[in-house]
Design a protein around this ligand. Structure first.
Ligand code: NAI
Ligand code: 15L
Length: 263
């Protein structure tokens, strides 16, 4: 059975995935931060993704890499560059030299966050990052393309909406990705005979959607959850905003109008 490497295993999504994949395949779990000790079928390796030699050792022997590690919100360019760009480069290049390994790249809706909400995006949508963080995800997707075109390294970039136990505000009623749906997507990407270089919007079967995944139908991924069960609770806690509030104009919410954090 393919050994699966999960980077960012101490994070919110990574820790959830670790539990869900127990017994599914041998797991190598890695993060900069401390993680719970290894159990049966697990290896736990602390590593900075910016450290090329350490990432090489991490990737060795793994056939599938779920690359979640990195700075997951806006930050200075130095931090984003080290964790997200150098980190992604080290992963893809190790997958080339030490693999081949298939890569799931955790991209983000913030790679396309400047699109407005009345625009339905499909597989050909233009990248429109709304932050330095979103820019690093757009660059990661381009890296995935390069490693496929030049070296045949298969990957799926998942433009994750909001992967939390439940939606936290009105916007997330559209962007929510139920953890269980992410787990089924991780497995589909692992089990598909071929993925080439693909992109999937990571959202559950929510009522009001801005994203169309028909280009990725070949994966056979069918999300089974919906944010609808949380609508009443979320709407009661988060009052509606004016139609010209940036928070309701952009798919990225307030990120497009947040301060620029480059020095
Ligand atoms: P998180 O912040 O909880 O986890 C990220 C993990 O990466 C952390 O444990 C952190 O210690 C680790 N990390 C950061 N820099 C590192 C480095 N240089 N070397 C090694 N490890 C490093 O984030 P979360 O929510 O679990 O997200 C996982 C991935 O999915 C991230 O790449 C994030 O950008 C992406 N994503 C998540 C979304 C969500 O709704 N949770 C939405 C869109 C994208
Ligand atoms: C992301 O990319 C972030 O990692 C996550 O913390 C959320 O902010 C999410 O996007 C979102 O847009 O809800």
């Amino acid at each position: 059975m393919t050994r699966i490497l999960i980077t960012g295993a101490a994070g919110g999504v990574g820790a959830m995935l670790r539990e869900a994949l127990q017994g599914y395949a041998p797991l190598r779990l890695s993060d900069l931060s401390e993680m719970a000790p290894a159990r049966d079928g697990e290896e736990v390796v602390r590593c900075d993704l910016a450290d090329r030699a350490a990432v090489d050792a991490l990737v060795q022997g793994c056939g599938y890499i779920v690359h979640l590690g990195g700075m997951s919100v806006e930050n200075t360019w130095d931090v984003i560059e080290q964790s997200n760009l150098r980190g992604a480069f080290n992963i893809f290049d190790a997958a080339r030299r030490l693999g081949p390994a298939r890569v799931l790249f955790a991209s983000s809706n913030h790679a396309i966050g400047f699109h407005t909400r009345e625009t339905l995006l499909d597989g050909d949508a233009e990248l429109r990052p709304d932050s330095l963080y979103g820019l690093s995800k757009a660059m990661g997707e381009t890296m995935a393309r390069y490693y496929w075109d030049k070296f045949g390294i298969e990957s799926v970039s998942v433009r994750i909406g909001s992967c939390f136990p439940k939606p936290r505000d009105r916007r997330m009623l559209s962007t929510w990705l139920a953890p269980e749906d992410f787990v089924s997507l991780v497995k589909r990407i692992h089990e598909a005979p071929r993925v080439g270089c693909s992109m999937v919007y990571g959202a559950s079967a929510n009522r009001d959607m801005w994203w169309d995944n028909s280009h990725a139908a070949f994966l056979g991924w069918v999300p089974e959850h919906s944010s609808e069960q949380f609508r009443a609770e979320v709407e009661a806690a988060d009052p509606p905003r004016a139609h010209d509030d940036p928070a309701v104009i952009y798919q990225g919410g307030i990120w497009p109008v947040a301060p620029h954090t480059g020095e």
